[in-house]
Ligand binder design. Structure first.
Ligand SMILES: [Zn+2]
Length: 479
């Protein structure tokens, strides 16, 4: 569909209820305007938002009542922040309900993150709108205009869930009176259409109107990639958004088969894991289009995005404050800490993302005055290549664990070509409940003949490098 027609129809037909679409687009405009502010005005905005969220957290969130002092103002908020305790994923796991405000409508979500520590958290409508606007903004830095055709080489939650897991979660959601998939209703009881089916039909219609097509990064065998190429040649996306690892694998496939991609028309956005200089070079050579790296997570959506200067990632300071936990955050990498301004139902104050980064020095050649991240580390996982040639992105296993309360950590290991072990740190009740569905789900993905077992362990060991990977392949594929 033509970009202008999609833009017109999206404004007219998608998420209009309660002015939702209008609010998202207003925020998108605000983010673009924010990019034109002086450093002084950005600092004023950050101080004001920071003071508001800290005071709100102290007054309304029991977890923070004794952790945040009462005398915070716009003038002293930035100076006070480093004295406040950090929020860890373990804090969120252990104190989820003390971190939430009860009288705000909330939606359950979950993250596996780069560390393989599944964590449930809550979002509100404002967070949802801000996240969508931030996605448009980050794509905008890569040349995207609202209505442009976007191809997503990405994974979908539903592709990795056996019915048994979904049924258990649906049951739990009803008990909690919350909807873990956000604010979309899951069906229409009056029409008799099953709730999940109704949501799927709605999602397909929405993707058509919004000019978005999905290509499953959890299923990238040779034949599938030939299909992707044919589909993309036909669709002609302006922007291709992909996991860095999937993008690299797909570019290699095109190169090996001497296939010339005449897409995307504008640019490629790489996200969710580390894009190395070698990967960037090889992908740009195949597609002959620039890559724009993006950093984000499930909790906050896009956090930082690369501009046309390709010299670091601009932080979305309109919606959050980013710190680096390091004695010299411009020289020595440290953990990326985020205080998020847009989620009143569960304020994140000094949240340790588990990722490692360092700030970029100096002003950007593009003229934007927002702070930049120079490098981000920690977003690594191995892809799994199965005996029959299927390639599965590591994020599949993160999605498998979404929403399973009680899993403290996990790691998926391919020990041999058709032997797999899923190591999980959890209590015996969770193990008993989920072991069979996990095995069923993984077998469905890697192939029925794979030998899959689940091991319940006390901890996930670190690699010799000191890092922890949530997917690991011990098989030398000779790639
Ligand atoms: Zn820039």
């Amino acid at each position: 569909m033509n970009s202008r027609l999609s833009s017109y129809l999206s404004r007219l037909l998608v998420d209009r209820r309660g002015g939702y679409r209008r609010d998202v687009l207003r925020r998108f405009d605000a983010l673009r305007d924010f990019d034109c502010l002086s450093r002084h005005d950005i600092d004023m905005h950050v101080s004001r938002e920071l003071a508001q969220v800290l005071n709100f957290a102290r007054e309304h969130v029991s977890f923070y009542m004794d952790r945040i002092p009462p005398d915070i103002s716009e003038e002293n908020a930035l100076a006070m922040l480093p004295q406040l305790p950090m929020l860890t994923k373990q804090d969120v796991q252990q104190s989820l309900h003390e971190l939430c405000v009860k009288d705000i409508e909330r939606f359950e979500d979950a993250t596996g993150g780069s560390s393989g520590v599944p964590t449930i958290f809550y979002t509100d409508l404002e967070r949802k709108k801000a996240g969508e606007a931030s996605t448009y903004w980050s794509n905008g830095l890569a040349g995207f205009d609202y209505g442009d055709r976007v191809a997503m080489l990405w994974g979908s939650d539903r592709d990795c869930r056996p019915e048994t897991i979904d049924q258990r979660l649906e049951g739990r959601d009803r008990d909690c009176s919350s909807n873990r998939r956000g604010c979309e209703p899951l069906g229409d009881a009056r029409s008799g259409v099953p709730r999940v089916q109704f949501a799927q039909i709605k999602a397909v219609a929405r993707n058509m109107i919004e000019n978005v097509r999905w290509y499953n990064a959890f299923d990238m065998g040779e034949n599938r990639m030939h299909d992707f190429h044919a589909g993309l040649l036909n669709f002609k996306p302006h922007v291709l958004v992909a996991y860095a690892g999937s993008l690299y694998e797909y570019a290699k496939f095109l190169n090996i088969h001497s296939l010339k991609p005449q897409y995307p028309l504008k640019s490629i956005v790489s996200s969710a894991e580390v894009l190395t200089p070698a990967m960037r070079k090889s992908v740009e050579r195949v597609f002959e289009r620039p890559i724009f790296d993006r950093y984000g997570n499930r909790e906050f959506g896009p956090i930082a995005a690369e501009c046309e200067a390709h010299a670091g990632l601009h932080i979305n300071e309109h919606d959050m404050l980013v710190e680096i936990d390091s004695p010299d955050p411009y020289e020595i990498p440290g953990e990326i800490i985020v205080t998020y301004f847009r989620n009143r139902v569960m304020p994140f104050v000094r949240y340790n993302t588990g990722d490692i980064g360092v700030f970029a020095k100096g002003e950007c050649a593009c003229g934007r005055k927002t702070k930049k991240l120079k490098t981000i580390d920690g977003r690594t996982s191995d892809s799994i290549r199965t005996k029959d040639g299927k390639l599965i992105h590591g994020e599949y296993f993160t999605h498998l664990m979404y929403g399973v309360e009680g899993v403290k950590a996990f790691q998926f290991v391919q020990e041999a070509m058709d032997a797999y072990v899923l190591r999980v740190v959890c209590c015996p009740q969770i193990a008993q409940m989920y072991t069979d569905p996990w095995i069923e789900s993984v077998k469905g993905c890697v192939g029925g003949n794979g030998n899959v077992r689940v091991e319940i362990v006390d901890e996930i060991p670190l690699l010799p490098s000191g890092k922890r990977k949530f997917t690991l392949s011990l098989v030398d594929h000779g790639l």
